[in-house]
Structures are given as C-alpha cells and as structure tokens.
Design a protein around this ligand. Structure first.
Ligand SMILES: C[S@@+](CC[C@H](N)C(=O)[O-])C[C@H]1O[C@@H](n2cnc3c(N)ncnc32)[C@H](O)[C@@H]1O
Length: 219
C-alpha cells in the first residue's frame, strides 16, 4: 500500500484520503480502518465530509494542524469533527458547537472517546455563552447550512486570531432556494468582506452539489 502526506496529519493511502486514528479500533461513521506501519488510519469519505471533498478537489492550504485550536460551527454528529480531532492530536482542541439536541447526543458519545473535542450545545449566534470558555482560536470551520450563515461567521470571527483561517461550506439551497447559487455565494462573500479576505474558492462537486467551499483569512 502506498501512503503519501497531503497536509500535516492528512494522508493519501492508495489515492484515498485518510487521517491517523486517534482511537485505534473505533469507527466514527462507516469509514474503513486500515493498519499500516504500526499505525491505524481512518479513510476520510468525501461524500460524507465537505472538508475531505475540498482537499480532494484542490484545497491548497490547510491551517488545521497538530496543536490547533479550532472552533467548529455546525458539528452535527461529528463526522468531520472526528477527522479534525485526528489531525490536531492531543495538543489541540476542537470546540464543537451544535444546536440540535439529536445530533448532540451522538456528538457527546464521540467526546467520551476523544478528549480533544469539547462539545458546546448552543446556537452559534450566541457567542457570549461560550466565548470565555474558548478564548482565541487559530481556525474557524463553519458548516451550519443556515440562512444566517454569514452573520454567524462574522459574530464568531471575534474569537478568531488576526490572520486566522476560516473554512466555510456554503449551501446555496439553505440560504435561498429561489436564487441562482452564484448570486448567493457572491452575496455571502460580500457580507463577510469587511472581516475576511478570500484565499481560495473550491467547488466540491461531484461530492456535494450547490455548495461552495471557501478558505478565508481574517483581516
Ligand atoms: C450540514 S450539517 C453539518 C455537518 C458536519 N459539519 C459534518 O461535516 O460532519 C449542519 C449542522 O449545523 C447545525 N446548525 C444549524 N444552525 C446552527 C446554529 N445556528 N448553531 C449551531 N449549529 C447549527 C445543524 O443542526 C446541523 O447539525
């Protein structure tokens, strides 16, 4: 089997994306586990994770690395969060904000196994309720699939260090089904442009349709 490093903590095993499993023997979703050179890896499914889709489709810089402090908005049951948890290792933390009780139940089970994931059961607009707990972070990841996604990002940017990255998955259908997706994406960028500059836009088809994945940097 061939293994190559794509980014720090992110690998390709026979052309399939993977992270090193922080909890050997345990799956988080239905991902395949592969043992190689005394380590266990989890294949990272781009149909289940927009970050994996963006990496496969040419994301050129991933600033999430060992020791990163990551604020993750829209954690759901923890599919992508778990791979972020693998990448940052025990030196980092992922603050996983999720508003749905149902998703939070599964996320809590994941946090039992992974100490670097800190769950926050909250609406991501209510930063006041978690800002003191997390301090300043290196990276924001946002995948809330909500019409107010731009406002949520700008609000949380108060917690991001200057020059810090934000990775954002925008689903045009969650913002306005009636409009041309390109218009929706441009408006999002305009609405956050006083706080962020665009580093890269990545299309994530065929893994997800009507999405745009953005790498932004805080001004
Ligand atoms: C598309 S899913 C996220 C999938 C996840 N990022 C992954 O890759 O595994 C969007 C999630 O955002 C959550 N969400 C929507 N609005 C939110 C808000 N205002 N605050 C926190 N979470 C929110 C939803 O409950 C849902 O679980």
């Amino acid at each position: 089997m061939d293994i190559n490093t794509v980014f720090e903590g992110v690998y390709k095993i026979d052309k399939k994306l993977a992270t090193k499993n922080a909890v050997p023997g345990f799956r988080v979703y239905d991902e395949e586990l592969i043992k190689l050179k005394n380590s266990e890896y989890r294949l990272w499914n781009p149909y289940r994770s927009k970050l994996a889709a963006a990496i496969i489709n040419g994301l050129s810089d991933l600033t999430i690395k060992k020791g990163s402090q990551v604020l993750y908005l829209g954690a759901s049951t923890g599919t992508t969060v778990s791979h972020v948890s693998d990448i940052i290792e025990n030196e980092g933390n992922v603050f996983a904000v999720e508003v749905s009780k149902r998703s939070m139940r599964d996320l809590l089970a994941l946090c039992e196994k992974r100490e670097n994931i800190l769950p926050i059961f909250e609406d991501a607009m209510n930063t006041d309720s978690y800002s003191s707990e997390i301090g300043e972070v290196d990276v924001i990841y946002e995948d809330v699939a909500a019409p107010t996604q731009d406002k949520i990002l700008v609000k949380n940017a108060e917690l991001l260090k200057k020059g810090g990255s934000a990775y954002v998955a925008i689903k045009s259908q969650s913002i306005d089904v009636s409009r041309d997706p390109r218009e929706v994406f441009e408006e999002f960028i305009k609405n956050v442009s006083h706080t962020f500059k665009v580093v890269q836009r990545v299309k994530i088809e065929p893994f997800d349709k009507l999405h745009l994945f953005l790498h932004l940097k805080k001004l």
